[in-house]
Design a protein around this ligand. Structure first.
Ligand SMILES: [Zn+2]
Length: 53
């Protein structure tokens, strides 16, 4: 199985990827410009289990 970055994150629909919302860091993506997809959230959930050990 091949996972690409596009599978894990997508352009933030709130700020359209510029990371800002009314001159403030976008609240939906914390200024990153991208948000996790459902697949990305699943991966993060799994990885956190190992990071926190
Ligand atoms: Zn955003």
């Amino acid at each position: 199985m091949v996972i690409t970055v596009e599978d894990l994150e997508m352009i933030c629909p709130i700020c359209k990827g510029n990371g800002q919302e009314k001159r403030q860091p976008c609240s939906a993506c914390a200024g990153k410009g991208t948000v996790l997809t459902t697949q990305g959230q699943t991966l993060l959930h799994v990885l956190k289990k190992y990071i926190e050990e």
